[in-house]
Design a protein around this ligand. Structure first.
Ligand SMILES: [Mn+2]
Length: 427
């Protein structure tokens, strides 16, 4: 299924007057406050969020999985699904592949299919947290940190293979997330495990093309419940520093203990030019992988406040981070969930962009806590959705993507095409 331009145009025609009224009112208000609305709308239109290939099907928990219908059965159909999202919001122009869940059989054909939807290949992800039928050694007790040399070598080789697939597709980054760790005290020697992880990462780093980046993701617990080798941003940062200038830390919102001040982590990493990747989701208790902005939208906004501050700071060398949604859809239609997630990310971004930064710095320098709070909360409490709609309008996307998704009965049509029992490959 493909969404045609005339369908977007018809939909936008219906909403145009209503949109103009809301946008003009907001634009005028913001301009009076000295904010350049055009610049903000352009920044919003430019922000592209990668969709991971594993997020297009229904996820599950260790207790069960309730599959949806009409899920993509192949990498081709996953790209087609992202094409639908991108046609609706023009903000999902990248796919992040998980190897070996989505090994492209014919890279040229996959590349040209993706480009027919205006989709590029974002970071590629290795997987050494599961055993595959074809592998010789098990990752039950770790991969890059494993006590046995053969297991570590197998995991290193897998990562190098993932880089090769990425190169064929035009990716420029490798994301490494390790589940390595231990479930019981004294099960693992912390120091040796971390040293072995560094040694293995150095072998992978040596094979990284010169124009590539490697992102090191961290997570405090799960699936190991006592210790994780790369448990926090400090450990990731340490490894990235030891590896070199092509290595960066990746922040996944769900990979923090409750109440962690993630915005402060973001600020520190950007000060050091080491924030390379960002995975969006939301959570209440742990790594819940819920829709972005569904639980803690204020925290998301405060994180974007730091991201904007970091991106606009000309004194730091931080590259523009690779943005990706990393969520699991157990209850909602995955495509609707992804549309909501992209919207939530852009709302937080827009709110951060309308903060009067000069005034905020002044309040901070004067230790005026009241004024500083007023400035950020006034931005947070502004309904910026007309700015997002305007950015979509200028990009020939739908004024209201979710509404059009439902009106076009996209899922129903996908079920007709793919069948009720079509289940996504991968997770
Ligand atoms: Mn992640």
């Amino acid at each position: 299924m493909k969404i045609e331009k005339y369908q977007i145009d018809q939909h936008n025609y219906l909403y145009e007057k209503q949109h103009e009224r809301k946008f003009n009112f907001l634009a005028e208000t913001l301009e009076q406050e000295g904010i350049n609305v055009n610049t903000i709308v352009t920044k919003l239109a430019d922000l592209q969020i990668a969709i991971p290939s594993w997020a297009l099907g229904t996820g599950g928990t260790r207790f069960g999985r309730f599959s949806g219908a009409g899920e993509p059965r192949s990498l081709e159909e996953k790209i087609e699904d992202i094409g639908l999202l991108h046609a609706l919001n023009r903000s999902s122009g990248a796919i992040s592949l998980h190897i070996p869940w989505d090994i492209p059989e014919n890279t040229d054909a996959i590349k040209s299919l993706a480009s027919s939807y205006d989709i590029v290949f974002d970071a590629v992800n290795s997987n050494t947290f599961q055993d595959q039928k074809t592998q010789n050694y098990s990752y039950k007790f770790g991969s890059l940190s494993h006590s046995q040399k053969e297991v570590r070598q197998q995991a290193v080789n897998h990562n190098i293979e993932v880089i090769k697939y990425g190169e064929m597709l035009g990716s420029k980054a490798l994301t490494v997330w390790l589940s390595d760790g231990s479930c019981f005290p004294a099960q693992q020697n912390f120091k040796k495990a971390l040293q072995r992880t560094l040694d293995s990462l150095q072998e992978i780093y040596a094979c990284l093309p010169t124009d590539w980046q490697i992102f090191i993701e961290y997570k405090p617990y799960e699936p190991n419940f006592y210790s994780t080798v790369i448990q926090d941003w400090g450990t990731s940062f340490l490894l990235a520093n030891k590896l070199g200038h092509q290595a960066y830390t990746l922040v996944d919102l769900g990979h923090h203990l409750p109440n962690t001040n993630i915005e402060q982590i973001v600020a520190t990493l950007m000060m050091e030019g080491k924030l390379g990747g960002f995975h969006f989701n939301d959570s209440k208790y742990g790594d819940d992988d819920l829709t972005v902005g569904s639980i803690k939208p204020y925290q998301l906004f405060l994180i974007f406040n730091e991201l904007v501050e970091g991106m606009e700071d000309k004194n730091t060398q931080n590259p523009v981070p690779a943005w990706m949604i990393d969520a699991s859809h157990n209850v909602k239609d995955p495509l609707e969930d992804l549309l909501q997630s992209v919207e939530a990310i852009k709302i937080a971004y827009a709110q951060a962009l309308i903060i009067n930064r000069e005034m905020l710095w002044e309040a901070q320098d004067n230790n005026d806590a009241v004024k500083a709070q007023e400035i950020v909360q006034s931005a947070f409490r502004t309904d910026v959705r007309p700015l997002l709609a305007e950015a979509r309008k200028r990009s020939s996307a739908a004024l209201s993507p979710l509404d059009l998704f439902r009106k076009l009965e996209v899922r129903k049509r996908l079920v007709t095409e793919r069948g009720k029992l079509a289940i996504a490959t991968g997770l």
